[in-house]
Design a binder for this molecule. Structure first.
Ligand code: FAD
Length: 408
C-alpha cells in the first residue's frame, strides 16, 4: 500500500525505537515501527544502568519490566586477579534509582516492543528498510518484507536501527570513531555460580591480569544463566589458535579468578563476535530525521552505557519533535544533539581513562567512602552522566586526571 501515511516512522524495534514509539503514541501520534528481524531476537548489551529506570518510568514501562523477573542489579564488581573492588550504586552523588536489571535482550526487547504495540504503535517485523527519500513535506521510506517491496511516508523519520546503521549508511554520515577497533567474543553459559562466593546482583568486570587492554564481563541473569564475554584488541586475538569458542575460553583461562568462577559452566549458545563496534556520525539529526541509540554514536561496552544512552536519546527526541509537528521551529543541534552529547561526552572521557589505565587504578584504589569524589564517580558508573551538578560530567577529564594522580 503506497498511500500509507504516518506521523513518525521508526526504523528498528530495539530499546531506542520501542521507547520512542511508546512515548510518541502516548502523545497521540500515528507511529510505525519497521523491524528487520522477528522478535524475540538476540542482541548483545545485557547489563542496564540505574539511570535507565528513569526513562522506563517516564514511558510507563517500569512496572512491566519490574514484573518480568529479570535479575536485580545494584552495582558493579571489578577484579584483576590481584585486586578486587566493589561499587554499590546506592553510594552515588546524583538522586534517582540505585538499582536496575540484567536482562537477556530477546526477552527485554520483546517486552518493550510489545508494550509499544499495545499502546498503539504499528509494529511490523521482517521489514528491511533499504532506502529513504526526503522532500520538503516529509520522508518516504522504502524496503522489502515478506509480501514484497513496501513504501510508506511520514512527517518525520527516526533511525533506531542500531548496528544496522540505516541512515548513516544511506546518508553517508559515518565518521571515524574516537576509539581503535576492538573485538568482542561472547556467549551464554549455564553457570555454577550458586556454588561459589559470587554476588549475582552485580556485573563482574575482570581485567586481564597482564594486559589491561583485555577485559571480560560476567553478567548473571536470574535463571542460572550468565552472559560472558571478552573484549580484545584484534592484534592480540590473532595470537590465539582455534575457533571462536576455543579463543574465548583460552583467554578466559588466563584469569585465575574467572576460571575458578566459570568452572563447570556450559556454553549454551554458539560464541558470537562483533568487531569495530565503536561508531560516530557527522550529524545526529536534521529537520526530518533523528538518529537514536546505536544508530548514532556507540562508544564502548565497558560501562554498560549503551541502552541508557539509547533511552536518553529517545527521551530527548520527544519534546523537540512534538514542538516541530505542532508547527514550531526547532533547532535540532541545540535542542536534541547538544543535550545528548553532555552524557555521551562524559562516558567518552571515562572510556578513554579506562583504556589509558587511569580509571582502572582509580577503581582498584578508590577514594574513601566519605570522599564526595567517590560518590561522583559512582554516579557516572550508575549512568547519571547528564547531571551537570557533578563535576565529572562538566569537567570529566580534569577531575579524572586529578583523582588518578592521587590514586597512583
Ligand atoms: P538495537 O538494540 O541494536 O536495535 C536495533 C534494531 O534495528 C534491531 O532489532 C535490528 O534488527 C533493527 N534493524 C537493523 N537494520 C534494520 C533495517 N534495515 N530495517 C529495519 N530494522 C533494522 N549496552 C548496555 O546497555 N549494557 C551492556 O552490558 C552492553 N554490552 C555490550 C557489549 C558489547 C560487546 C557491545 C558491542 C555492545 C554492548 N552494549 C551494551 C551496547 C548495546 O548493544 C546497544 O547500545 C543497544 O543495543 C542499543 O540499542 P538500540 O535500540 O540503539 O539498537
Amino acid at each position: 500500500n503506497k498511500n500509507e501515511r504516518f506521523d513518525v516512522v521508526i526504523i528498528g524495534a530495539g530499546p531506542a525505537g520501542a521507547l520512542a514509539a511508546k512515548r510518541l503514541v502516548q502523545e497521540g501520534l500515528k507511529v510505525a515501527i519497521l523491524e528487520k528481524s522477528v522478535f524475540p531476537r538476540f542482541v548483545i548489551g545485557e547489563s542496564l544502568l540505574p539511570q535507565s529506570m528513569v526513562f522506563l518510568e517516564k514511558a510507563g514501562l517500569l512496572a512491566k519490566v519490574a514484573a518480568a523477573g529479570f535479575q536485580h542489579k545494584n552495582g558493579a564488581n571489578f577484579s584483576d586477579d590481584r585486586r578486587f573492588s566493589s561499587i554499590d550504586f546506592s553510594e552515588k552523588f546524583t538522586e534517582g534509582p540505585a538499582t536496575t536489571y540484567q536482562v537477556s535482550r530477546d526477552k527485554f526487547d520483546m517486552l518493550l516492543a510489545t508494550a509499544a504495540k499495545d499502546a498503539g504503535a504499528d509494529l511490523r517485523f521482517q521489514q528491511d528498510v533499504t532506502d529513504v527519500r526526503f522532500d520538503g513535506a516529509g520522508v518516504t521510506v522504502l524496503g522489502t518484507g515478506p509480501e514484497g517491496d513496501f513504501e510508506l511516508s511520514a512527517r518525520f523519520l527516526v533511525d533506531a536501527s542500531g548496528y544496522g546503521r540505516v541512515l548513516p549508511r544511506l546518508m553517508k554520515l559515518d565518521t571515524p570513531s574516537d576509539f581503535p577497533v576492538r573485538h568482542a567474543l561472547f556467549t551464554h553459559v549455564e553457570d555454577q555460580l550458586a556454588a561459589r562466593d559470587f554476588d549475582r546482583n552485580k556485573i563482574l568486570i575482570t581485567v586481564h591480569p597482564t594486559c589491561r587492554d583485555i577485559w571480560f564481563w560476567l553478567i548473571p541473569f536470574a535463571d542460572g544463566i550468565s552472559s560472558i564475554g571478552a573484549v580484545v584488541p584484534p592484534e592480540q586475538l590473532a595470537n590465539y589458535p582455534g575457533d571462536k569458542s576455543e579463543k574465548l575460553w583460552a583467554i578466559i583461562r588466563e584469569s585465575a579468578d574467572l576460571t575458578t568462577l566459570l568452572q563447570g559452566a556450559r556454553e549454551i549458545r554458539s560464541v558470537g563476535e562483533i568487531s569495530g563496534y565503536s561508531t560516530k556520525v557527522s550529524r545526529m539529526a536534521g529537520p526530518q530525521f533523528a538518529l537514536l541509540g546505536n544508530a548514532g554514536e556507540f562508544l564502548d561496552p565497558v560501562f554498560s552505557s549503551g541502552v541508557t544512552i539509547a533511552f536518553k536519546s529517545a527521551d530527548l527526541l520527544i519534546d523537540p519533535l512534538m514542538r516541530q509537528l505542532n508547527g514550531e521551529a526547532v533547532d535540532w543541534e541545540a535542542d536534541f544533539v547538544a543535550p545528548l552529547k553532555i552524557g555521551v561526552d562524559c562516558f567518552r572521557i571515562f572510556v578513554e581513562a579506562w583504556y589509558r589505565g587511569d580509571l582502572q587504578e582509580i577503581i582498584f584504589n578508590p577514594p574513601g567512602d566519605a570522599n564526595p569524589i567517590k560518590r561522583m564517580i559512582v554516579a557516572i558508573l550508575a549512568g547519571y552522566a547528564w547531571d551537570e551538578k557533578n563535576p565529572f560530567v562538566t569537567q570529566g577529564r580534569r577531575y579524572l586526571d586529578m583523582v588518578a594522580l592521587q590514586c597512583s
